[in-house]
Design a protein around this ligand. Structure first.
Ligand SMILES: Cc1cc2nc3c(=O)[nH]c(=O)nc-3n(C[C@H](O)[C@H](O)[C@H](O)COP(=O)(O)OP(=O)(O)OC[C@H]3O[C@@H](n4cnc5c(N)ncnc54)[C@H](O)[C@@H]3O)c2cc1C
Length: 381
């Protein structure tokens, strides 16, 4: 068993952290306060191979795998998870194209995503179907060589800024098994009939674009479907194998960012004639943060490594997602407490970490959804 990262992976880690400090940090506060999407930072990141870094070289990517992508995500989220989403989620939906798409589809879309020419989105959630993915009601009905899509999607990251979206829709309503009714379809974002409404006023990750989408008689060729008809539900579940690892890495990065800030502040700020860091109660908080972050990191790296070995572990990815979300929320709370009243105002980074952290227990499967996955696996053994 070798826990060392390769030299290439260490370089990647350093490059991502440097990029985050130099290119993201200066824009962090403004993008957050003004809810500003940051396309120019996405483009610069793509030039360095930081966007869709999991995309294999044969499809125009840098081929760093899920582990490489986790390392990038961690380092970027350590500085700013909101702008970070605009980089690491710019390829969202592309994972499904790589896993389930035809050779033609992979060659058409993945190089454009990796180069930053395209931003993609994964549109699964609906106003009445989130955790219960099988409750999706959007319909895709055949018409000649096309599908006509009607329905609503909710909370779609990159919804108003994407070039393509991978949409989950019912294509086989007559299927006996509920899960066999769905397909994933690539929809160009400029197709007539799509209305995009940006959702404003999010608690955190405010630089990221989140949208409500409405599809009214949206016509796309059937050749845009990923794989066989009726495989959409299974494809989305497979999609979560990789994206849950990425979201878990966001949690590790945000937790580490909180620890960085808390240690710095504990050295600088004095009370009762000594730096805060000299007090055992402060050290206890820092220690608890450090232990949880390290445990979370190990879960993420193992899940990513297994994926890259060709033996993905869906259950482990769910464990990582559950634990990393909680770790991020815990660390943000502890870091804010160490900052006292100053942690509660805009000037200090920890208030943003605190707001950003909560999404990690909600999206890509709520923490309850992860418990359900892990519990089911335990009971089926
Ligand atoms: C900022 C943001 C970005 C997002 N980006 C995307 C995206 O890019 N693409 C996309 O498709 N979706 C996206 N989502 C949607 C996100 O994945 C969903 O919000 C999430 O899956 C939860 O669904 P819901 O909001 O409908 O909550 P619900 O499913 O209604 O759940 C509400 C509560 O009930 C709990 N619950 C549900 N079922 C059970 C059960 N059986 N047992 C116990 N508790 C249960 C949940 O855990 C939760 O606590 C995003 C959401 C946000 C907020």
């Amino acid at each position: 068993m070798d826990f060392n990262l390769s030299e290439e992976m260490k370089m990647l880690q350093n490059m991502a952290y440097k990029f985050a400090r130099l290119e993201i940090a200066p824009h962090s506060s403004e993008a957050d306060l003004e809810e500003k999407y940051t396309p120019e930072i996405h483009k610069k990141a793509a030039e360095l191979g930081l966007v869709g870094s999991w995309i294999p070289e044969e499809y125009g990517g840098v081929g760093f795998g899920v582990l490489g992508n986790a390392l990038i995500t961690e380092q970027i989220s350590r500085i700013d998870m909101g702008i970070g989403v605009n980089i690491v989620v710019a390829s969202f939906g592309g994972e499904a194209i790589l896993h389930s798409g035809s050779e033609e589809q992979k060659k058409e879309y993945l190089p454009k995503i990796a180069s930053g020419e395209y931003v993609s989105a994964g549109a699964y959630t609906e106003p009445n179907a989130g955790t219960d993915v099988s409750g999706v009601a959007t319909r895709a009905v055949k018409d000649g060589d096309d599908y006509i899509i009607n329905g609503q999607k909710m909370f779609i990251t990159n919804g108003t800024v994407c070039d393509i979206m991978v949409v989950l829709a019912i294509t086989n309503p007559e299927a006996k098994r509920r899960h066999d009714r769905f397909s994933l379809i690539i929809v160009p974002a400029d197709t007539p009939g799509i209305t995009k409404t940006k959702i404003k006023g999010k608690l955190g990750i405010r630089a990221s674009d989140t949208a409500e989408l409405s599809f009214e008689d949206v016509r796309v060729p059937q050749k845009n479907r990923l794989g066989e008809e009726g495989r959409g539900f299974a494809q989305v579940m497979h999609f979560f194998d990789t994206t849950r690892i990425m979201v878990s890495a966001q949690g590790v990065g945000l937790g580490q960012g909180c620890l960085d800030e808390a240690v710095r502040y504990a050295k600088e700020r004095s009370a009762f004639g000594a730096p805060l860091g000299n007090f055992q109660l402060t050290q206890a908080k820092l220690t608890e943060m450090a232990i949880r972050i390290e445990a979370a990191r190990n879960l993420v790296y193992k899940a990513a490594w297994l994926y890259d070995q060709g033996t993905p572990d869906f259950n482990l990815a769910a464990m990582a997602k559950y634990f990393c979300g909680q770790t991020a929320v815990f660390c943000a709370n502890a870091a804010l407490e160490i900052h006292g009243g100053y942690g509660y105002i805009e000037e200090y980074k920890v208030q943003k970490f605190y707001r950003d952290a909560k999404i990690l227990e909600l999206y890509e499967g709520t923490k309850e959804a992860e418990i359900m996955t892990i519990g089911k696996t335990l009971m089926s053994q």
